[in-house]
Write a protein that binds this ligand. Structure first.
Ligand code: FCB
Length: 497
């Protein structure tokens, strides 16, 4: 059996440990039936898992001066205002309005209503003492149909947001694409169509010219791998396809879009820094057989090197290309010069870390550590250390920012109105400590953004999974700082644990 076939079998074994895994699907009935009561037993939230670090031992850890403590969000997950000020439809509007796609039939139409409440949310960030705020710009607010003259009202919103971030002494970090592709471009083939990468560069150029004087750091494409796997292989994210051959052509075009946006920034004369935002999963053999080692290597190719090597080494990994085969749409879709564009020099790498992956000799994955409400997640802080040090070892001392790391908890306000997410505090403490060890061992890590600032629309999971430092009471849109938010404020104040 080829490794590719094994991978297909693995995919069918739905609840795998990949962060792009099937646990995010609203299609998986078993997952949808998960209750707060059953997840409490999963560890992570109510019952902190086996600790990788000792809180006492971590006490007193100090981060480098000026370390960029932050939090992250994305446009479709928080903004709402789906039809306001000339915003067009995105693939996520279409997908979330398709019956059966999202748990409880939730949509991002209102979300956390951040479009109207951004000033209040910025005040919360200031109160937390955040030094960096990572958000995303909604492409369909800027170009309703994905091309042509930018919509001034959309640009004005982000101008107000960015100005407000600065006014509160926080540094803005803007992601250009966090999955909300204009539906009109999807209708023209979406990321299977090479032209979408060109359209992306035009959109990026319009944003650079409008906001470039105020945004010091740009991120191009958020987690291309999740679009590839969740959107095109499993189909539980927009656009909801199950076509592996198409998926890897999409991977190539997303990488191309990244490279073209980097070139557009340089050509615009804007001085900000730019880089990719990749969700990286350290892959480990599940046992010490030669088969597990080989399968892990290929898994790592698909999870990490496909994206890292093309950007930092100007070549796709040969094992992945061989596995795809010469007749695959991806291999046929790579044109002369593409890898040169994709590997246009970047200023930093944004790493998003949630989980490790353990691979067996037959290419399937197993779970070794406690999970969370997100069943694709295994709580393993050491994986943060491993992936950061590995990136620095294999790709050089490119500055790194962590743009996502976090834990969903079944948060419920108590009788006193407080939300006691002690498990999230332990989770973050252990991961901060792992990041600190990575810095000590030479990783040029400059900032860390917790996912997420606010509870929000968690894609196929709708509003049921809460990832925020700040609790959102959706009916009233009231915000409540969770215990983790109070704790994080102290971490920021102390610049350490
Ligand atoms: C990441 C996504 C982010 C959020 C977290 C939980 O993969 O980038 O939008 O869904 O997972």
């Amino acid at each position: 059996m080829s490794l590719l076939t094994r991978r297909r079998l693995l995919r069918r074994a739905a609840l795998s440990a990949t962060a792009a895994g099937a646990a995010r699907t609203g299609l998986a009935g078993a997952t949808a039936a998960t209750t707060a009561a059953s997840t409490a037993a999963l560890g992570g939230c109510d019952s902190p898992p086996e600790r990788a670090t000792d809180p006492e031992q971590d006490r007193g850890l100090r981060f480098p001066d000026g370390f960029g403590w932050g939090a992250a969000t994305s446009a479709y997950q928080i903004e709402g205002a789906a039809k306001e000020d000339g915003r067009g439809e995105s693939v996520w509007d279409t997908f979330s309005h398709t019956p059966g796609r999202i748990r409880n039939g939730d949509t991002g139409d209102v979300a956390a209503d951040h479009y109207h409440r951004y000033a209040q949310d910025l005040d919360l960030m200031r109160d937390l003492g955040l030094r960096s705020y990572r958000f995303s710009i909604s492409w369909p607010r800027i170009q309703a149909d994905g091309s042509g003259r930018p919509n001034q009202r959309g640009l004005d919103f982000y101008r107000r947001l960015v100005d407000g971030v600065h006014e509160r002494g926080i540094a803005p970090m803007a992601t250009l694409f966090h999955w909300d592709l204009p539906q009109a471009l999807q209708d023209a083939g979406g990321w299977e169509n090479r032209d979408t990468a060109e359209r992306f560069a035009e959109y990026a150029d319009a944003v650079f010219r409008a906001l470039g004087d105020q945004v010091p750091v740009w991120l191009t494409v958020n987690e291309p791998k999740t679009v590839v796997q969740n959107g095109y292989i499993w189909g539980h994210h927009a656009p909801g396809f199950q076509d592996e051959d198409a998926a890897y052509l999409v991977a190539h075009h997303l990488q191309l879009a990244h490279g073209l946006a980097v070139q557009a920034l340089r050509a615009s004369g804007v001085t900000g820094r730019i880089g990719p935002a990749l969700n990286l999963h350290p892959c480990y053999p599940a046992d010490d057989t030669a088969e597990a080692a080989a399968a892990t290597r290929l898994h790592d190719g698909y999870e990490n090197r496909l994206y890292l090597d093309s950007i930092f080494k100007g070549a796709y990994p040969q094992d992945v290309l061989d596995d795809r085969g010469p007749d695959s749409r991806m291999v046929r879709g790579v044109r002369d010069g593409d890898l040169k564009i994709i590997s246009s020099p970047v200023d930093l790498l944004a790493v998003q870390y949630y989980t490790p992956i353990y691979v067996t000799g037959d290419g399937s994955t197993v779970r070794k550590w406690p999970t969370s409400e997100a069943e694709w997640q295994q709580i393993y802080p050491e994986g943060m250390y491993d992936i950061l040090t590995r990136v620095t070892r294999d790709y050089g001392r490119v500055p790194i920012t962590i743009t996502e790391n976090g834990l969903p908890c079944p948060d419920v306000p108590g009788a006193d109105g407080n939300v006691d997410d002690a498990g999230r505090v332990s989770f973050l403490r252990d991961h901060f400590a792992a990041a600190h060890r990575a810095i000590r061992d030479g990783v040029p890590l400059e900032s860390y953004h917790v996912w997420s600032l606010l509870d929000n629309f968690e894609w196929a999971e709708g509003y049921e999974q809460r990832w925020g430092l700040v609790y959102v009471d959706y009916p009233s849109q009231r915000r409540v700082l969770k215990r983790s938010a109070h704790w994080y404020r102290d971490v920021i104040r102390r610049n350490g644990l």
